[in-house]
Design a protein around this ligand. Structure first.
Ligand code: SF4
Ligand code: SF4
Length: 154
């Protein structure tokens, strides 16, 4: 077994290859929730309403290859835009690494298991619902404070 440090500790976002980049996404689905920006503070508020293409059980995009065409305001993350997207969740791996922080215990690259994302309460399964039928004006009634991660079970 190699003792070499893992790629996310040694490479910048722009140095990662496609596979490494994609593996950073923990599949939490948080970025696929509708957000509101507080005009006074500039802070972003999340809602429980999810993009119509989000699978509410698996938290995966149901049409990832065609997402830009089907959801024009869906933003594809790049090494260049991560630092500019203030609405990215604090728990998002891209944001964490961009800010020089570490991945948490529950991230699949650290834990070795995708299930830990749900075990830590990070994914939106069971918490979010579809945006369909909800108007932009009604979003304020669906504001949700994203929960912090649960501690690792011992
Ligand atoms: S918030 Fe970040 S880690 Fe979670 S699904 Fe979105 S891109 Fe992936
Ligand atoms: S189109 Fe897919 S990736 Fe984009 S916000 Fe919707 S569910 Fe998420």
């Amino acid at each position: 077994m190699s003792d070499a440090a893992p790629f996310w500790k040694t490479k910048s976002l722009s140095e990662m290859n496609r596979e490494e980049w994609e593996s950073l996404c923990d599949g939490c689905g948080r970025c696929c929730l509708n957000k509101l920006e507080d005009e006074d503070t500039g802070k972003f508020l999340y809602t429980r309403t999810a993009c119509k293409l989000l699978d509410l059980k698996t938290c995966q995009c149901t049409d990832y290859p065609n997402r830009a065409a089907r959801v024009p305001d869906c933003v594809s993350l790049t090494p260049e835009n991560v630092s500019k997207l203030g609405w990215l969740p604090q728990t998002c791996a891209y944001r964490l690494l961009e800010e020089g922080k570490s991945l948490a215990w529950w991230h699949p690259l650290v834990s070795g298991r995708t299930e830990t994302v749900a075990e830590a309460g990070i994914n939106v399964a069971g918490e979010a619902y579809s945006e369909e039928g909800i108007t932009v004006e009604q979003l304020v009634d669906h504001i949700w404070k994203l929960p912090k991660a649960k501690r690792k079970a011992v």
